[in-house]
Design a protein. Sequence first.
Length: 292
Amino acid sequence: MSSNPSSSGYVPPRVWTWNRDNGGKFASINRPVAGPTHEKALPLGRHPLQLYSLATPNGVKVTVMLEELLALGHADAEYDAWLIRIQEGDQFGSGFVEVNPNSKIPALLDRTDPAAPVRVFESGAILLYLAEKFGELIPSGARRAQCLSWLFWQMGSAPYLGGGFGHFYAYAPFKIQYAIDRFAMEAKRQMDVLNRRLAESAYLAGEEYSIADIAVWPWYGALAKGQIYEAGEFLSVQEYPHVIRWADEIARRPAVQRGRKVNRTWGEPSSQLHERHDASDFELRTQDRMAP
Ligand SMILES: N[C@@H](CCC(=O)N[C@@H](CS)C(=O)NCC(=O)O)C(=O)O
Protein backbone atom coordinates (compact mmCIF):
# COMPACT_ATOMS: atom_id res chain seq x y z
CA MET A 1 0.00 0.00 0.00
CA SER A 2 1.21 3.50 -0.78
CA SER A 3 2.21 5.64 2.18
CA ASN A 4 0.84 8.74 0.45
CA PRO A 5 -2.06 9.83 2.73
CA SER A 6 -3.91 11.45 -0.18
CA SER A 7 -4.17 8.16 -2.06
CA SER A 8 -6.77 6.17 -0.12
CA GLY A 9 -9.52 7.26 -2.49
CA TYR A 10 -11.92 8.02 0.36
CA VAL A 11 -13.67 11.36 0.31
CA PRO A 12 -15.89 11.94 3.41
CA PRO A 13 -19.51 12.65 2.44
CA ARG A 14 -21.19 15.81 3.72
CA VAL A 15 -23.02 13.82 6.41
CA TRP A 16 -21.65 10.65 7.96
CA THR A 17 -23.95 7.62 7.97
CA TRP A 18 -23.54 4.33 9.80
CA ASN A 19 -22.23 1.38 7.75
CA ARG A 20 -23.28 -1.50 10.01
CA ASP A 21 -20.86 -4.01 8.53
CA ASN A 22 -17.56 -2.16 8.34
CA GLY A 23 -15.58 -5.41 8.51
CA GLY A 24 -13.89 -4.52 11.80
CA LYS A 25 -13.54 -7.03 14.64
CA PHE A 26 -16.08 -5.09 16.73
CA ALA A 27 -18.54 -4.22 13.94
CA SER A 28 -21.28 -6.35 15.54
CA ILE A 29 -21.23 -4.40 18.84
CA ASN A 30 -20.20 -0.87 17.87
CA ARG A 31 -23.06 1.59 17.42
CA PRO A 32 -23.24 5.38 17.09
CA VAL A 33 -25.89 5.60 19.83
CA ALA A 34 -26.00 4.80 23.56
CA GLY A 35 -28.64 3.22 25.76
CA PRO A 36 -29.95 -0.34 26.23
CA THR A 37 -30.88 -2.64 23.35
CA HIS A 38 -32.84 -5.13 25.46
CA GLU A 39 -34.40 -5.68 28.87
CA LYS A 40 -32.23 -7.77 31.17
CA ALA A 41 -31.82 -7.51 34.92
CA LEU A 42 -28.36 -8.09 36.38
CA PRO A 43 -27.83 -11.07 38.68
CA LEU A 44 -27.08 -10.39 42.35
CA GLY A 45 -24.93 -12.52 44.64
CA ARG A 46 -24.53 -12.63 48.40
CA HIS A 47 -21.57 -10.26 48.81
CA PRO A 48 -21.83 -6.47 49.20
CA LEU A 49 -19.65 -5.92 46.12
CA GLN A 50 -21.08 -7.02 42.78
CA LEU A 51 -18.74 -6.78 39.79
CA TYR A 52 -19.93 -7.07 36.18
CA SER A 53 -16.91 -7.56 33.97
CA LEU A 54 -14.65 -9.47 31.59
CA ALA A 55 -10.90 -10.14 31.93
CA THR A 56 -9.74 -7.58 29.36
CA PRO A 57 -7.00 -5.21 30.60
CA ASN A 58 -9.67 -2.81 31.90
CA GLY A 59 -11.53 -5.60 33.69
CA VAL A 60 -8.40 -7.15 35.22
CA LYS A 61 -7.56 -3.89 37.01
CA VAL A 62 -10.58 -4.32 39.27
CA THR A 63 -10.29 -8.05 39.99
CA VAL A 64 -6.60 -7.58 40.85
CA MET A 65 -7.55 -4.72 43.18
CA LEU A 66 -10.21 -6.80 44.94
CA GLU A 67 -7.85 -9.77 45.32
CA GLU A 68 -5.16 -7.42 46.71
CA LEU A 69 -7.65 -6.03 49.26
CA LEU A 70 -8.64 -9.55 50.31
CA ALA A 71 -4.95 -10.50 50.60
CA LEU A 72 -4.50 -7.47 52.89
CA GLY A 73 -7.14 -8.95 55.18
CA HIS A 74 -10.24 -6.95 54.19
CA ALA A 75 -12.97 -9.57 54.40
CA ASP A 76 -15.47 -6.88 53.34
CA ALA A 77 -13.84 -6.84 49.91
CA GLU A 78 -15.41 -10.25 49.15
CA TYR A 79 -17.17 -9.99 45.83
CA ASP A 80 -19.30 -11.70 43.23
CA ALA A 81 -17.83 -11.34 39.74
CA TRP A 82 -20.39 -11.86 36.99
CA LEU A 83 -19.40 -12.41 33.39
CA ILE A 84 -20.35 -9.79 30.80
CA ARG A 85 -19.76 -11.19 27.32
CA ILE A 86 -19.20 -7.98 25.36
CA GLN A 87 -19.05 -9.69 21.97
CA GLU A 88 -22.59 -10.94 22.65
CA GLY A 89 -23.85 -7.47 23.65
CA ASP A 90 -24.40 -8.11 27.40
CA GLN A 91 -23.23 -4.54 28.07
CA PHE A 92 -26.38 -3.25 26.34
CA GLY A 93 -28.80 -5.03 28.69
CA SER A 94 -31.01 -2.61 30.66
CA GLY A 95 -29.62 -3.67 34.05
CA PHE A 96 -26.03 -3.16 32.96
CA VAL A 97 -26.79 0.24 31.45
CA GLU A 98 -28.34 1.31 34.76
CA VAL A 99 -24.98 0.66 36.43
CA ASN A 100 -22.87 1.99 33.56
CA PRO A 101 -24.61 4.31 31.07
CA ASN A 102 -21.44 4.04 28.95
CA SER A 103 -22.07 0.29 28.32
CA LYS A 104 -18.52 -0.84 28.96
CA ILE A 105 -16.96 -3.23 31.44
CA PRO A 106 -15.99 -3.02 34.28
CA ALA A 107 -18.98 -1.88 36.35
CA LEU A 108 -19.30 -2.18 40.12
CA LEU A 109 -22.33 -2.12 42.38
CA ASP A 110 -21.62 -1.63 46.08
CA ARG A 111 -24.62 -2.96 48.00
CA THR A 112 -23.10 -2.49 51.45
CA ASP A 113 -26.31 -0.55 52.11
CA PRO A 114 -28.82 -2.41 49.91
CA ALA A 115 -31.27 0.49 50.32
CA ALA A 116 -28.76 2.88 48.73
CA PRO A 117 -26.51 0.94 46.35
CA VAL A 118 -23.52 2.81 44.93
CA ARG A 119 -22.92 2.45 41.17
CA VAL A 120 -19.38 2.97 39.91
CA PHE A 121 -18.09 2.80 36.34
CA GLU A 122 -14.78 3.59 34.62
CA SER A 123 -11.98 1.37 35.88
CA GLY A 124 -9.97 4.31 37.27
CA ALA A 125 -12.96 5.55 39.27
CA ILE A 126 -13.55 2.02 40.59
CA LEU A 127 -9.91 1.70 41.71
CA LEU A 128 -10.06 5.06 43.45
CA TYR A 129 -13.43 4.24 45.05
CA LEU A 130 -12.10 0.96 46.45
CA ALA A 131 -8.77 2.48 47.55
CA GLU A 132 -10.63 5.19 49.50
CA LYS A 133 -13.26 2.83 50.88
CA PHE A 134 -10.65 0.46 52.33
CA GLY A 135 -7.84 2.98 52.90
CA GLU A 136 -5.35 0.87 50.96
CA LEU A 137 -3.07 1.02 47.93
CA ILE A 138 -3.17 4.80 47.74
CA PRO A 139 -0.42 6.74 49.47
CA SER A 140 -0.95 9.96 51.39
CA GLY A 141 0.56 13.42 51.01
CA ALA A 142 2.70 14.22 47.99
CA ARG A 143 2.83 10.58 46.95
CA ARG A 144 -0.96 10.58 46.65
CA ALA A 145 -0.63 13.27 43.97
CA GLN A 146 1.95 11.11 42.20
CA CYS A 147 -0.34 8.09 42.41
CA LEU A 148 -3.32 9.99 41.01
CA SER A 149 -1.18 11.52 38.27
CA TRP A 150 -0.15 8.08 37.02
CA LEU A 151 -3.67 6.71 37.45
CA PHE A 152 -5.09 9.49 35.29
CA TRP A 153 -2.15 9.18 32.88
CA GLN A 154 -3.30 5.62 32.27
CA MET A 155 -6.90 6.63 31.68
CA GLY A 156 -5.86 9.23 29.13
CA SER A 157 -3.08 7.22 27.46
CA ALA A 158 -4.43 3.68 27.07
CA PRO A 159 -7.04 4.62 24.44
CA TYR A 160 -4.15 5.56 22.14
CA LEU A 161 -2.60 2.17 22.78
CA GLY A 162 -5.82 0.11 22.54
CA GLY A 163 -8.17 2.12 20.35
CA GLY A 164 -5.31 3.58 18.31
CA PHE A 165 -2.30 1.28 17.94
CA GLY A 166 -3.99 -2.04 18.81
CA HIS A 167 -7.00 -1.34 16.66
CA PHE A 168 -5.14 -0.38 13.52
CA TYR A 169 -2.24 -2.86 13.94
CA ALA A 170 -4.27 -5.93 14.95
CA TYR A 171 -8.01 -5.48 14.39
CA ALA A 172 -8.78 -3.19 11.44
CA PRO A 173 -9.93 -5.13 8.35
CA PHE A 174 -6.97 -3.75 6.36
CA LYS A 175 -3.67 -2.12 7.25
CA ILE A 176 -3.38 1.66 6.96
CA GLN A 177 0.24 2.74 7.20
CA TYR A 178 -0.56 6.30 8.23
CA ALA A 179 -2.64 5.12 11.21
CA ILE A 180 -0.17 2.42 12.27
CA ASP A 181 2.78 4.83 12.03
CA ARG A 182 0.97 7.47 14.05
CA PHE A 183 -0.10 5.16 16.88
CA ALA A 184 3.08 3.01 16.93
CA MET A 185 4.99 6.25 17.53
CA GLU A 186 2.65 7.20 20.37
CA ALA A 187 2.73 3.69 21.91
CA LYS A 188 6.54 3.80 21.92
CA ARG A 189 6.56 7.30 23.37
CA GLN A 190 4.27 6.15 26.18
CA MET A 191 6.48 3.12 26.89
CA ASP A 192 9.48 5.45 27.10
CA VAL A 193 7.59 7.67 29.56
CA LEU A 194 7.04 4.63 31.79
CA ASN A 195 10.57 3.31 31.30
CA ARG A 196 12.08 6.60 32.46
CA ARG A 197 9.80 6.74 35.51
CA LEU A 198 10.51 3.13 36.46
CA ALA A 199 14.25 3.72 36.10
CA GLU A 200 14.03 6.12 39.04
CA SER A 201 11.52 4.36 41.32
CA ALA A 202 10.36 0.83 42.01
CA TYR A 203 6.71 1.64 41.33
CA LEU A 204 4.87 4.44 39.61
CA ALA A 205 3.91 6.41 42.72
CA GLY A 206 7.26 5.80 44.42
CA GLU A 207 8.62 2.90 46.43
CA GLU A 208 5.18 1.39 47.15
CA TYR A 209 2.86 -0.56 44.93
CA SER A 210 -0.43 1.33 44.42
CA ILE A 211 -3.57 1.62 42.31
CA ALA A 212 -1.44 3.43 39.71
CA ASP A 213 0.48 0.20 39.08
CA ILE A 214 -2.74 -1.82 39.14
CA ALA A 215 -4.19 0.44 36.42
CA VAL A 216 -1.12 0.60 34.19
CA TRP A 217 0.14 -2.99 34.45
CA PRO A 218 -2.61 -4.84 32.51
CA TRP A 219 -2.01 -2.65 29.45
CA TYR A 220 1.64 -1.66 29.47
CA GLY A 221 3.00 -4.64 31.39
CA ALA A 222 1.35 -6.89 28.81
CA LEU A 223 2.76 -4.79 25.98
CA ALA A 224 6.27 -4.90 27.47
CA LYS A 225 6.01 -8.69 27.63
CA GLY A 226 4.74 -8.97 24.04
CA GLN A 227 1.41 -10.32 25.31
CA ILE A 228 -0.99 -8.03 23.46
CA TYR A 229 -1.46 -7.47 19.74
CA GLU A 230 1.55 -9.77 19.05
CA ALA A 231 3.44 -6.51 18.83
CA GLY A 232 6.54 -7.16 20.98
CA GLU A 233 8.93 -7.41 18.04
CA PHE A 234 7.21 -4.67 16.00
CA LEU A 235 7.53 -2.17 18.85
CA SER A 236 11.01 -3.39 19.96
CA VAL A 237 9.83 -3.76 23.55
CA GLN A 238 13.29 -4.87 24.70
CA GLU A 239 14.11 -1.15 24.64
CA TYR A 240 12.10 -0.75 27.88
CA PRO A 241 13.96 -2.90 30.47
CA HIS A 242 12.61 -1.02 33.49
CA VAL A 243 9.03 -1.61 32.36
CA ILE A 244 9.86 -5.31 31.87
CA ARG A 245 11.40 -5.51 35.39
CA TRP A 246 8.30 -3.88 36.89
CA ALA A 247 5.90 -6.02 34.83
CA ASP A 248 7.63 -9.26 35.91
CA GLU A 249 7.56 -8.21 39.54
CA ILE A 250 3.84 -7.43 39.50
CA ALA A 251 3.03 -10.64 37.63
CA ARG A 252 4.56 -12.62 40.52
CA ARG A 253 2.09 -11.23 43.08
CA PRO A 254 -0.37 -13.96 44.17
CA ALA A 255 -3.32 -11.53 44.10
CA VAL A 256 -2.45 -10.57 40.54
CA GLN A 257 -2.26 -14.23 39.54
CA ARG A 258 -5.73 -14.77 40.97
CA GLY A 259 -7.26 -11.53 39.69
CA ARG A 260 -6.24 -12.09 36.08
CA LYS A 261 -8.18 -15.38 35.99
CA VAL A 262 -11.52 -13.89 37.00
CA ASN A 263 -14.09 -13.43 34.19
CA ARG A 264 -11.56 -14.81 31.71
CA THR A 265 -13.04 -16.80 28.83
CA TRP A 266 -9.93 -17.53 26.74
CA GLY A 267 -6.50 -19.11 27.16
CA GLU A 268 -5.59 -22.20 29.19
CA PRO A 269 -8.70 -23.72 30.85
CA SER A 270 -6.88 -23.56 34.21
CA SER A 271 -6.51 -19.77 33.74
CA GLN A 272 -10.24 -19.21 33.26
CA LEU A 273 -12.59 -18.59 36.17
CA HIS A 274 -15.74 -17.46 34.38
CA GLU A 275 -17.49 -16.30 37.54
CA ARG A 276 -16.15 -15.81 41.02
CA HIS A 277 -18.36 -15.98 44.09
CA ASP A 278 -15.99 -17.39 46.69
CA ALA A 279 -12.24 -17.62 47.29
CA SER A 280 -12.47 -21.40 46.91
CA ASP A 281 -13.60 -20.94 43.29
CA PHE A 282 -9.93 -20.59 42.27
CA GLU A 283 -9.36 -24.17 43.43
CA LEU A 284 -12.71 -25.65 42.43
CA ARG A 285 -14.26 -23.84 39.50
CA THR A 286 -11.65 -22.95 36.88
CA GLN A 287 -12.60 -24.30 33.46
CA ASP A 288 -10.23 -27.30 33.66
CA ARG A 289 -12.32 -28.49 36.63
CA MET A 290 -15.75 -27.89 35.16
CA ALA A 291 -17.69 -30.68 33.47
CA PRO A 292 -17.68 -30.25 29.67
N1 LIG B 1 -12.30 3.89 30.05
C1 LIG B 1 -13.05 2.69 30.30
C2 LIG B 1 -12.88 1.75 29.14
C3 LIG B 1 -13.70 0.49 29.28
C4 LIG B 1 -13.72 -0.30 28.01
O1 LIG B 1 -13.30 0.15 26.94
N2 LIG B 1 -14.25 -1.54 28.10
C5 LIG B 1 -14.36 -2.37 26.92
C6 LIG B 1 -13.65 -3.70 27.14
S1 LIG B 1 -11.94 -3.46 27.51
C7 LIG B 1 -15.82 -2.69 26.64
O2 LIG B 1 -16.56 -2.98 27.55
N3 LIG B 1 -16.22 -2.66 25.37
C8 LIG B 1 -17.56 -2.98 24.97
C9 LIG B 1 -18.13 -2.00 24.01
O3 LIG B 1 -17.42 -1.05 23.64
O4 LIG B 1 -19.28 -2.20 23.60
C10 LIG B 1 -12.55 2.05 31.60
O5 LIG B 1 -11.36 2.17 31.88
O6 LIG B 1 -13.35 1.44 32.33
